[in-house]
Design a protein around this ligand. Structure first.
Ligand code: DTR
Ligand code: CA
Ligand code: ZN
Ligand code: ZN
Length: 440
């Protein structure tokens, strides 16, 4: 990731500050190495406005088609056509899968993002149909729009994850998971076994929201729970969802599943209102399966948070591995770092590996240097891509940079010469690179 340090004129330290630094050095024991926060590349923010714009379109479609987007009705096919057009324009390989239910033709929309390991497929999906009594904006325009916008974010980023990404919009869920069952049942077993996980999003913008995480595959569950924990948002396990949405056919076929849910016709308790806000004693979605499930039946905060959580899960869970962990490449050559001068590098050459580097490339850094805040430390991939490991800090007076960073290098070819680049950007303190290590 290119680093552009905004160069403020960094004042030569005053004598008082130097004395303070010296006092600090004398007072402190040799500082223990404290790893800087790992700079794992994060998923992009999913713009709420974009998700809401899809919901506005789905509302318009329902309004123009008898007030709903139900299976077998014109509003459903119009919804499918809207989503497919967006994905085609964004470079996805799309396909419509037809089936018949209750005497009417139904459609699943499948969208593959070109690239990635075809033997490791990460899927995300949501049902696009509504009930016949209303436009189904929360149930399930919310999930459909969020998954669509995440797919479009993949395209905008030209994301190239280790795994192959596939997205699905299911028909006739409201008739009994008909579309997703049809998809899973018609997928050859060999193809089914390549799906490393299926993420389901059905009602993720409820007006009186709860934050529920499916309690199915532990790794998927942890990915979502850690995400919300990072935002200090408490979550609960979604227990009554088993069999209640489109993850069920995947789970029954042995595919690891997970997902998010903000609640339907169940009532929010006082304890839940205490932790999430909203109204106790009221349903999470009072318009569940009703004509009032319109564009106004959405909690924007919940929709935004869950949309971002979906992107986080896609970016995180699609970073597979190409090579058994533990392959280490190290340089222990000492490289002197000129005080307030030009950058220097330490290099390792990687050969004999297949494919790209992992999404969790470990970068071991050992730099002996007083006042480490002077230093900017970067990892340079073989093609020159820059991943900043440690920025300049005028206040970090501790010594030495001895840490292991985790970098999502899944878009980088593994083989080639990788460099640790270090530059001292302030006067007075000096040091050297002691060692540089990559662990795949
Ligand atoms: N079956 C969904 C709504 C629903 C009810 N409980 C859960 C639990 C987890 C996901 C979804 C749901 C529908 O009406 O579309
Ligand atoms: Ca967002
Ligand atoms: Zn429903
Ligand atoms: Zn639903």
């Amino acid at each position: 990731m290119p680093l552009s340090l905004s160069r403020r004129s960094i004042p030569i330290r005053t004598a008082a500050a130097a004395a303070l630094a010296l006092a600090g050095l004398l007072a402190s024991a040799a500082p223990a190495a404290t790893a800087a926060p790992a700079p794992v590349l994060a998923a992009p923010d999913i713009p709420l406005a974009n998700v809401k714009a899809h919901l506005t379109q789905l509302q318009s479609i329902a309004t123009a088609n008898g007030g709903n987007r139900a299976h077998g009705r014109t509003g459903y096919k119009a919804s499918i056509d809207y989503v497919k057009a967006k994905l085609d324009a964004a470079g996805f390989t799309t396909s419509l899968q037809q089936f018949t239910s209750s005497g009417a033709t139904g459609y699943n929309l499948i969208a593959d993002w070109p690239g990635g390991d075809p033997n490791q497929v990460l899927m995300a999906g949501s049902h696009l149909d509504s009930v016949s009594s209303g436009p189904g904006i929360n149930d399930n325009g919310s999930g459909s729009a969020a998954v669509l916008e995440t797919a479009l974010a993949v395209s905008r980023a030209q994301f190239t994850p280790q795994k192959h990404l596939r997205f699905g919009w299911w028909g006739a869920e409201e008739l009994g998971l008909v579309g997703s069952k049809y998809y899973v049942n018609n997928l050859p077993a060999a193809e089914r076994s390549k799906i490393s996980g299926y993420l389901n999003f059905d009602m993720i913008g409820s007006p009186n929201p709860g934050y529920f995480v499916y309690d199915d595959d532990p790794a998927i569950e942890k990915t979502f729970k850690d995400y919300f924990a990072g935002l200090s948002i408490p979550t609960e396990i979604e227990t009554e969802g088993d069999g209640r949405s489109d993850h069920a056919p995947f789970k029954n076929a042995g595919v690891p599943v997970g997902g998010l849910f903000t609640g339907a016709d169940y009532t929010k308790t006082a304890a839940q209102a205490q932790k999430w806000g909203g109204t106790a004693g009221q349903a999470f979605d009072r318009c569940y399966h009703s004509s009032c499930d319109t564009s106004s039946n959405i909690n924007d905060t919940a929709l935004d948070r869950n949309s971002d959580a979906i992107a986080h899960a896609i970016w995180t869970l699609s970073a597979g591995t190409t090579t058994p962990p533990g392959d280490v490449y190290e340089s222990t050559a000492d490289v002197s770092i000129p005080d307030n001068g030009a950058a220097v590098t330490s290099s390792v050459t990687v050969t004999g590996r297949t494919g790209n580097a992992p999404g969790t490339l470990k970068v071991g850094v050992d730099i002996i240097h007083t006042w480490r805040g002077d230093l900017v430390v970067d990892l340079l991939a073989p093609d020159g891509t820059v991943y900043n490991l440690k920025p300049f800090s005028s206040s970090d007076s501790a010594d030495n940079v001895q840490a292991t960073y985790t970098v999502n290098a899944s878009s980088e070819v593994a083989n080639g010469t990788w460099k640790l680049r270090v530059q001292d950007k302030a006067a007075y303190d000096t040091g050297y690179i002691n060692s540089f290590k990559l662990t795949f």
